[in-house]
Ligand binder design. Structure first.
Ligand code: ATP
Ligand code: MG
Length: 517
């Protein structure tokens, strides 16, 4: 019998777990270092010679221009990484990480698999989730589904002794993203009540803050000129900073030896100083927890109902996190496998999907019910006025609506007579609260990414109905009908930022790469 695979595609570290026929979940260590996780770093030795993981991390100091890290932060954005003559994107770089992880795990497991589940931050919107699925496809993987990281962690937590039913808050601070989730854990189901977060807040921000301070101190002491410091030096300093940060979770003071050319100094960093320099970052997590509790209160769940707090992600190992949660909310957070809970949960989810699809049950798991992370809607035009507020968002579904969402309808009208084609734009909430104003939302279909064709000849102002379904993974599927005849219109929807031809090009670029294992 073959495996069910879960892949945690992390901002800084990734991992693979497999569930075997006996229902055991094992993390598959990487074959380079034997560690359970692999750095999410990609090194292009040549256009088609690529290393992922520790080798890439080591290359970052000598050849920073050929190394890409923290790519998950840019997932779903229209950015490109020109490298050895190829325009890579966050999707193609992630595809290389996924391919590496998959091939490496297969070399250990040596058997077929039933497809993979890839994790995404709970607060990823539609575009980032779509980009993650596209990364999996570019890597040639059979992506069964994505799963929000906190839910994956809760699935694993639910199988550990001592965990019970009730309301669980997951505080997930990883290398690049911060997620909060309130989940209702029952015997048969895990229901998501609220998700919130900040996709640009994680351990890497703590590292940058400290590295900036170390540079200031270093130059003040040695008289070096900050503008002379090169990218390789900064990479090395970031790696040293991260190591110092990890040490400070255990000890109260450490020294960071720094050398640049003829300048050298060993700079002392105390935990107290470290916490002072990064306090505002931790404040941001606390503010989001409060906002999460506020949303939950609107759904009838109070802070007193939170029975357990699960700490997930490597950055929750900072002592300041537990201390602050205790001081602000009186919580004693629980840590269950903070580095690996997510990947183990993803493998469990892969198995439970098979069971739900009528496959042979491998083990009994609760049904997972997810919610939509962000409100989204269609941009409509109130009238042909040039005032921006007349372009507004008509919401189709709201943040924290349970998934799947079926058959949401919206009636709109043709703007001019006899058009055969009409384009619409899907927009997603981009600020803390949904806004009807276009500028506070971001487009999730690129220009002409959502087009209806084949309209019959109609007078101006003829009604059309847009029907939207959102699947379990939070991705929209749209169709449209012309109301007078009821005729279904041909629809093309493109959710991700990559155009079809770009996808085909990248697929080829990824396939041509020789991965150094
Ligand atoms: N003992 C520790 N003390 C403080 N920070 C730590 C410790 N161990 C790991 N970290 C930090 O945790 C972060 C990595 O955590 P993790 O592996 O959970 O994140 P990730 O999965 O890569 O990111 P994300 O989930 O945000 O995509 C890094 O910033 C790392 O420096
Ligand atoms: Mg993670």
């Amino acid at each position: 019998m073959s495996h069910y695979l879960g892949i945690d595609l992390g901002t800084t570290n990734s991992a693979v777990a497999a569930l075997d026929a006996d229902g055991r979940v094992e993390v598959v260590p990487n074959t380079v270092t034997g560690h359970p996780t692999t750095p999410s770093i990609v090194y292009f030795q040549e256009q088609t010679d690529v290393a992922v993981g520790d080798i890439a991390r080591n290359a970052a100091v000598a050849e920073p221009e050929n190394v890409i890290s923290l790519v998950k932060r840019s997932m779903g954005e229209a950015v490109s990484y020109p490298i050895h003559g190829i325009e890579h994107t966050p999707e193609s770089i992630s595809a290389l990480i996924l391919r590496h992880l998959y091939e490496d795990a297969r070399s250990t497991l040596g058997r077929d698999d039933n497809g993979v589940v890839i994790t995404v931050p709970a607060y990823f919107g539609m575009r980032e989730t779509q980009a993650t699925v596209e990364a999996g496809t570019l890597a040639g993987l059979n992506v069964l589904a994505t799963i929000p990281e906190p839910i994956a962690a809760a699935l694993h937590y639910g199988r550990t002794p001592g965990s019970g039913e009730g309301t669980l808050l997951v505080f997930d601070l990883g290398g690049g993203t911060f997620d909060t989730s309130i989940l209702r854990i029952g015997a048969d189901a895990i229901d998501t009540v609220v998700i919130d977060g900040d996709r640009r807040l994680g351990g890497a921000d703590w590292d940058r803050r400290i590295a900036d301070w170390l540079i200031d101190e270093f130059c003040a002491r040695t008289g070096c000129d900050e503008t002379d410091l090169d990218a390789g030096f900064r990479q090395q300093l970031l790696q040293q900073t991260e190591a110092a940060k990890v040490q400070l979770s255990q000890v109260s003071t450490t020294r960071v030896p720094i050398r640049f050319g003829a300048h050298a100094a060993a700079i002392e960093l105390t935990r107290e100083k470290y916490e002072e320099l990064t306090r505002d970052l931790l404040d941001r997590t606390i503010a989001i927890v409060r906002r999460t509790l506020g949303t939950a209160a609107g759904k009838g769940i109070d802070q007193a109902d939170v029975a357990d707090v699960l700490l997930v992600g490597g950055a929750t190992l900072m002592p300041a996190v537990t201390r602050r949660l205790r001081a602000e909310f009186g919580w004693e957070g629980k840590r269950v496998d903070p580095h690996l809970a997510v990947v183990k949960g993803a493998a469990l989810y892969a198995a439970s999907l098979r069971t739900a699809q009528g496959g042979e049950p491998v083990l009994s798991l609760p049904t997972v019910r997810k919610v939509l992370p962000r409100s989204f809607g269609v941009r409509l035009d109130r009238e042909t006025s040039s005032r921006r507020e007349d372009l507004y968002i008509e919401y189709i579904a709201h943040a924290n609506d349970p998934l799947p969402i079926t058959d949401r309808r919206l009636v709109t009208y043709t703007k001019i007579a006899d058009v055969s084609e009409q384009a619409f734009h899907l927009f997603e909430q981009n600020a803390d609260v949904p806004s009807p104003v276009v500028a506070l939302n971001r487009e999730i279909t690129p220009d002409d990414g959502f087009v209806f064709t084949g309209l019959p000849s109609l007078p101006q102002g003829s009604p059309m109905t847009i029907v939207v379904n959102v699947d379990e993974d939070g991705l929209a599927h749209v169709e449209a009908y012309e109301d007078t005849t009821g005729q279904r219109l041909q629809t093309q929807v493109q959710l991700g930022v990559l155009q079809q031809d770009q996808l085909a090009e990248l697929e080829q670029a990824v396939a041509q790469v020789e991965l150094l294992h």
